[in-house]
Ligand binder design. Structure first.
Ligand code: PBE
Length: 268
């Protein structure tokens, strides 16, 4: 792994994701809170971050990435979160379903299904891992819905179908949201007859799209901390349907073989 401090080993770089992610803002804040002014947060994407982690891990090289749970990478590699004694990354939060104003009247069954949609980190992990192993996201979602038919049936119980009606779901290409959004699409199409378009966008445009009505819904709102800015900015211009998943975490993630345990250890 080479000598010197951890900072020297990783060239004082943290491998980030897409710039619109709340995790990037929190990490920029962490660099301030922990006085790491000579460190750099590198922008990229979830996929590029995962590829960099994979490469470093195979060579047992040091690497620090921005990470979150639920994510398949914790099943595939031995990783740890760096402790965050200052609490920059907030407490546990929830993923919420957020829809455009007026959806309830425009598509009542979809609205009701979206309102009922909730699952667990373990359930999401099944879909996420299948996609990480190379399965097409739509196929992975369809398989999960087939294997969990009773649960999907509950989400649509006694709701009339609305055959052919169009819906747009906005999402960002975060692994967790690729999984959830595809599952919701499968259920809305397969069980209620909607025609669902998936709009892959950045985080800012996702929230803006719900607020201005160009998208109908999203299942990707991390609250109360991660998307707080967007949540406040568009207040009144969307409807928050509450949590669809509980038990998330965000922070700086490193392989277990690295001999550091806290963000504070980066200072030396
Ligand atoms: N994430 C995954 C997102 C929310 C979902 C943690 C990368 C973010 O930071 O905005």
């Amino acid at each position: 792994a080479g000598g010197g401090s951890v900072g020297d080993q990783v060239k004082r770089e943290i491998v980030g994701i897409d710039p619109g992610a709340g995790l990037m803002k929190q990490t920029a804040q962490a660099l301030k809170d922990y006085e790491l002014s000579d460190w750099k947060l590198v922008e990229g994407s979830s996929a590029a971050m995962a590829a960099a982690l994979d490469k470093a891990y195979k060579d047992e090289k040091p690497i620090i990435v921005t990470g979150w749970t639920p994510h398949w990478m914790f099943a595939k590699y031995k990783l740890k979160y760096l402790e965050d004694p200052k609490g920059t990354y907030g407490k546990d939060e929830e993923i919420h379903t957020v829809v455009r104003n007026g959806l309830k009247d425009a598509a009542p069954s979809a609205y009701a299904m979206l309102d009922r949609f909730e699952w667990t980190p373990d359930e999401m992990a099944v879909v996420m891992s299948a996609i990480a192993d190379g399965k097409d996201p739509a196929e992975a979602a369809a398989q999960w819905v087939q294997d969990n038919a009773a649960k999907a049936d509950e989400w649509v119980k006694e709701l009339p179908g609305e055959a052919g009606k169009k819906l747009k779901l906005a999402y960002v290409a975060w692994d967790s949201e690729i999984a959830s959004t595809n599952v919701v699409k499968q259920v809305l199409e397969g069980r209620l007859g909607y025609k669902v378009d998936l709009m892959q966008v950045e985080a800012g445009p996702m929230w803006a799209g719900i607020a201005n009505g160009s998208a109908d819904a999203m299942v990707a709102a991390w609250l109360p901390t991660t998307h707080e800015d967007y949540f406040e900015k568009y207040k009144g211009q969307y409807e928050d349907l509450g949590a669809n998943l509980i038990g998330t975490k965000l922070g700086l993630v490193v392989p277990e073989y690295m001999e550091i345990s806290s963000i504070e250890d980066l200072k030396t």
